[in-house]
Ligand binder design. Structure first.
Ligand code: 5GP
Ligand code: MN
Length: 324
């Protein structure tokens, strides 16, 4: 694979061997799954099943999924740690920069005979027994697609839809710096399976409830600018008042980053336990994954995140110190 660094070639061939030879697979992805997490999960599950494999999909926490991804197939099959216990030979972690991102599946992942870690985050902690980390890939979906293609595994329209959604969302609709000519080539191939790209766009991006839109208005009204930093927040009380789920607010941060003279956008979202889930978007030389790492999180230069129990003002002051 010409996309891969030499170091990863050996790991890739071992992963391919497992995909060819093993029969029982357990796939999981990160907490608060986004389009790439769900896309790579479902896409790989379908492709492996088409090869006669037995595949389970699991998420580490029983949280509602973002409604704008519910059109993806097979999401109703997803299992949770409080349910059954399986004994698959191969555990595949997708789009997870660290083991902790698997939530309730961490213990199962540790015990698996094979723990395959497929991801594109620069901050990936290489926690697998096999690790395929390709930071040049726009998305984990793109990376998985390339592996399957090299293996000669057949895709179908459903798998193509899943991978397309992963690539579409992680590239900000083919706009972010992680979008390469290769990304467009793969998208072209996926669309060739008969995808209705306009319908997909509407499902993902024009799917706000009226309340969701009004809550977005509040976030924008609350936004503050401190030098090249723009930030805002939303609380559990806001969510309750507007009757909006946390998972519906995934794209709010994208509206803060629209500001032309900010280098860093931060959105604080209060979790039910009172901690903050913090989203960062960096540009013009601000590497948000480095900032997130300081708080125990991770991500990409352009998009990163972490969870913290620190007060908002404290986090902002620490980050401002970093920016100056
Ligand atoms: P978002 O702000 O959309 O939740 O996440 C942006 C990026 O940062 C994604 O690539 C996501 O995987 C990563 N990210 C978000 N939260 C965390 C976290 O708590 N830990 C790590 N390692 N990465 C995170
Ligand atoms: Mn991703």
């Amino acid at each position: 694979m010409n996309l891969l660094r030499k170091k990863e070639e050996k790991e890739l061939s071992k992963i391919k061997e497992l995909f060819l030879e093993k029969k029982y697979f357990f796939l999981s992805t990160h907490l608060y799954p986004d389009g790439d997490a769900l896309g790579s999960l479902v896409g790989l599950a379908i492709a492996l099943r088409n090869q006669g494999k037995v595949v389970k999909m699991g998420l580490g926490e029983r949280e509602p999924l973002p409604p704008h991804y519910l059109f993806l197939p097979y999401l109703d099959e997803i299992v949770y740690p409080d349910g059954h216990w399986f004994k698959e030979e191969v555990f595949v972690a997708l789009d997870c920069a660290s083991m902790a991102r698997l939530g309730g599946w961490v213990e199962k992942a540790k015990k698996a005979k094979w723990l395959v870690n497929i991801d594109h985050h620069q901050t990936n902690e290489r926690f697998g027994s096999l690790n395929l980390i390709e930071v040049k890939s726009s998305s984990t979906s793109e990376l998985v697609f390339i592996i399957l293609k090299e293996l000669g595994f057949e895709l179908n329209k459903e798998a193509a839809l899943a991978f397309y959604v992963g690539i579409l969302t992680d590239t900000g609709r083919f706009q972010y710096a992680n979008t390469s000519a290769k990304t467009f080539e793969i998208a072209r191939e996926l669309i060739g399976f008969g995808l209705d790209t306009f319908q997909i766009f509407q499902n993902v991006y024009e799917n706000y409830s009226f309340n969701c839109l009004k809550l977005l208005g509040l976030i924008l009204k609350r936004a503050r600018k401190e030098g090249e930093l723009i930030h805002s927040y939303l609380t559990q009380r806001d969510l309750a008042k507007f009757n909006v789920g946390l998972s519906e607010t995934e794209n709010y941060i994208d509206f803060l980053r629209l500001n032309r003279d900010s280098k860093l956008a931060i959105l604080f979202k209060e979790l039910p336990d009172g901690n903050w889930k913090v989203s960062l978007r960096g540009k013009k030389g601000v590497y948000s994954h480095l900032i997130a790492s300081r708080f125990g999180g991770g991500g990409h230069p352009g998009a990163a995140g972490f969870t913290t129990s620190l007060p908002r003002r404290k986090v902002l002051n620490l980050i401002k110190g970093d920016l100056i």
